[in-house]
Design a protein around this ligand. Sequence first.
Ligand code: HEC
Ligand code: HEC
Ligand code: HEC
Ligand code: HEC
Length: 122
Amino acid sequence: MKKFVALIAMVAFLGLAVVAFGTLVGPTGDIKVEMPDGAKKPAVTFSHAKHAVPVPDCKTCHHSFKGEGQPQKCSECHKAKKDGKKPGIKNAAHKTCRGCHRAMKKAGKKTGPTPCKGCHKK
Ligand code: HEC
Ligand code: HEC
Ligand code: HEC
Ligand code: HEC
């Protein structure tokens, strides 16, 4: 019985460790960037794993993330239209995503796409 309790405790502990690491590395597969209401272009899908590995700083993209729990979706704050200081989803995403790809390309490094169709796939 003692062994059984210890096993349960261990499983529970490992479970927690996995959750903790899962939160740190972010989603491991492809992820669709959610569109706010009123968007027309096909939503962009990209490999979160490829991004979170060479860019371990979550704040590069999740700039409002405090490091606890889950970062919020961009569309929770960035809507179809700009709102005061908050750019609309198009400018927010393009500045972050395309901005980095462009800068890396200029520096001659291997990076992600810069033409529209490279990200907005039908
Ligand atoms: C590096 C990737 C990337 C490239 C290149 C890119 N976009 Fe986007 N774009 C995004 C992301 C991410 C969003 C946020 C919306 C989403 O997919 O959830 C977005 C949003 C938009 C939106 C706002 C959503 C809508 O449908 O109203 C428009 C319009 C748009 N892009 C047009 C373009 C055009 C035109 C080009 C080429 C000149 C382009 N994009 C190139 C990643 C990209
Ligand atoms: C290159 C940009 C980028 C980097 C770096 C990045 N993320 Fe993300 N992440 C995104 C985007 C974009 C989404 C989709 C959010 C949306 O739909 O608005 C996302 C989604 C997520 C989600 C799912 C959120 C949900 O509601 O489904 C989690 C969790 C997450 N990221 C955690 C992390 C963690 C932890 C790190 C740092 C290790 C990280 N991310 C680094 C861009 C990035
Ligand atoms: C909790 C709300 C919130 C979330 C979630 C959020 N943003 Fe923002 N974002 C803001 C606000 C507010 C601003 C206005 C400037 C500031 O206060 O930083 C902003 C500004 C920006 C800017 C302009 C910064 C500049 O220097 O011009 C970019 C680019 C941006 N966000 C991209 C993103 C992307 C990409 C995501 C998702 C990965 C995201 N944001 C998620 C609230 C948010
Ligand atoms: C800090 C720089 C940086 C930022 C920010 C960034 N990328 Fe990338 N992106 C890269 C690099 C580097 C690669 C090449 C990774 C590889 O192939 O291993 C890449 C590859 C890609 C690819 C092709 C591989 C794949 O993931 O399917 C897509 C699509 C892409 N990025 C979309 C995006 C989107 C959408 C965003 C914004 C949410 C974004 N990127 C933000 C650097 C960046």
